[in-house]
Structure formats: structure tokens, C-alpha cells
Design a protein around this ligand. Structure first.
Ligand code: CA
Length: 228
């Protein structure tokens, strides 16, 4: 499940991304209305979390522009608590709204509910499992197993594994991993990525006979099932 979070408060935006990744979502961030609208139009998202007060184009303006061509589900974050503003937001095409400040768990519950609603209307069930060979990750319970054995992972290892599984068969560069898992722009700090991969391998590969994570010299890593 891929989400776009459009929020100009950097701290909140990064906090949301980290939390949502830990819930198993893939998250893109935009920090103003113009970038947000561009991403929302150019890419396919399962859901957009949209702040109402944004530099560039504000939330309602962005939503109005988006709704001319796309039905992507939108949850508005709003500081405005007046009833008429809520009504206005829903009339402009938001599917739900949540008033700031909110509990993170509340946002996650709303996101899941809206995704369920959207997907039951559209047909296919939302993705709940990722797998490769005998490795399985349950996105709902956040449990990983290999050969049926439970593998305990830290939040970061879990996010990293989900990324590798979703993109299995494709080589991920270290900078892409850094950006997706840590939300950082990559400098020359390859050690962080390599150490994280090493820890993940020690849990999901080393105890088993067939490695799934492979190094690609000079580029990065790929998760794939290779013939023994
Ligand atoms: Ca704002």
C-alpha cells in the first residue's frame, strides 16, 4: 500500500512517515501544495493524507484540482474545527478528515478503514501478506516467519524487509534504501545501510539454508529466490 503524505510541518511529516512505514506502508512525502499535487497527479497512490494549510496551494485547492481527474482516497488533516469547514472539506471531495492534534493510532485506524472501504468497493482485498520462497511477512500482525519459524525484527528491520520484498527481483541502491527506510538523503554513509542489511541477513538468511538477500557489487542489494 502506497501513501502520499502532504504536510509542511517537517517534524510532523517525518514522524508520520516513520510511523506509517512501521505499519507496513510505503510512504512518499511532499512539503508544499505544489509538490504534493504534482506527485498526486503523476504517481498512483492508494491513499493521500493531506494537510489543509499548506504553502503553495492549500489543501482544499489541491483537492479540487486533484478531483478533476482522480479519485484517490483523501484524508484531510485540519486544524479548523468549525462544522462548516468540515462540511466544506467533505464537499470538496475529501473522504474523511481528522482534526489536529490527533493520536497517531487514530490516523492509522482511519487510513485502514478508508482503504477497506475503497477496496471493498473496487474489488480486490488490500495487500496483507508479502512473501518470497518460504519467507512470509504479515503486514497486519507485523510478524515475519521463515519456514514457519517466527523471526523477531526491529521496526527498522521490518521496514527494510518489506521494501526488499515489495521490490523483489529488482536491485535497490543504497541511496534508495536510505531514502525509503530512514527518510534521509544519502551522503557517503554506506555503513548504516550495510550494517542494517547484515543484521537482517543474520536473522532471515544465516539460520536457513538458502539466502534470499544478495549483494550487487557497486550498487546495492536485491531480494530474490535463486536456484541453489
Ligand atoms: Ca500546515
Amino acid at each position: 500500500m502506497k501513501l502520499l503524505v502532504i504536510e509542511d510541518e517537517l517534524k510532523l511529516a517525518h514522524y508520520l512517515r516513520k510511523g506509517l512505514q512501521a505499519e507496513g506502508f510505503v510512504v512518499d512525502l511532499a512539503h508544499n501544495g505544489i509538490d504534493g499535487l504534482h506527485l498526486a497527479m503523476e504517481s498512483e497512490y492508494d491513499l493521500i493524507v493531506l494537510d489543509s494549510l499548506l504553502p503553495g496551494i492549500d489543501g482544499l485547492g489541491l483537492l479540487a484540482a486533484l478531483r478533476r481527474s482522480k479519485r484517490t482516497p483523501v484524508i484531510m488533516l485540519t486544524a479548523r474545527v468549525k462544522v462548516e469547514d468540515r462540511v466544506h472539506g467533505l464537499q470538496s471531495g475529501a473522504d474523511d478528515y481528522i482534526v489536529k492534534p490527533f493520536a497517531f493510532s487514530e490516523l492509522v485506524a482511519r487510513i485502514r478503514a478508508l482503504l477497506r472501504r475503497t477496496h471493498s468497493a473496487q474489488g480486490p482485498e488490500p495487500e496483507t501478506m508479502l512473501s518470497a520462497a518460504d519467507l512470509e511477512v504479515d503486514l497486519v500482525s507485523r510478524k515475519a516467519t521463515r519456514k514457519g519459524q517466527r523471526v523477531a525484527l526491529s521496526v527498522q528491520e521490518f521496514v527494510l524487509l518489506c521494501l526488499l520484498l515489495r521490490r523483489q527481483g529488482n536491485v535497490l541502491s543504497r541511496s534508495e534504501i536510505a531514502e525509503q527506510v530512514w527518510g534521509i538523503n544519502f551522503d557517503d554513509n554506506t555503513n548504516v545501510i550495510d550494517a542494517a542489511i547484515r543484521r537482517l541477513r543474520s536473522k532471515i538468511d544465516v539460520p536457513f539454508d538458502r539466502p534470499l538477500i544478495h549483494s550487487v557489487r557497486g550498487i546495492g542489494y536485491v531480494l530474490e529466490t535463486r536456484d541453489p
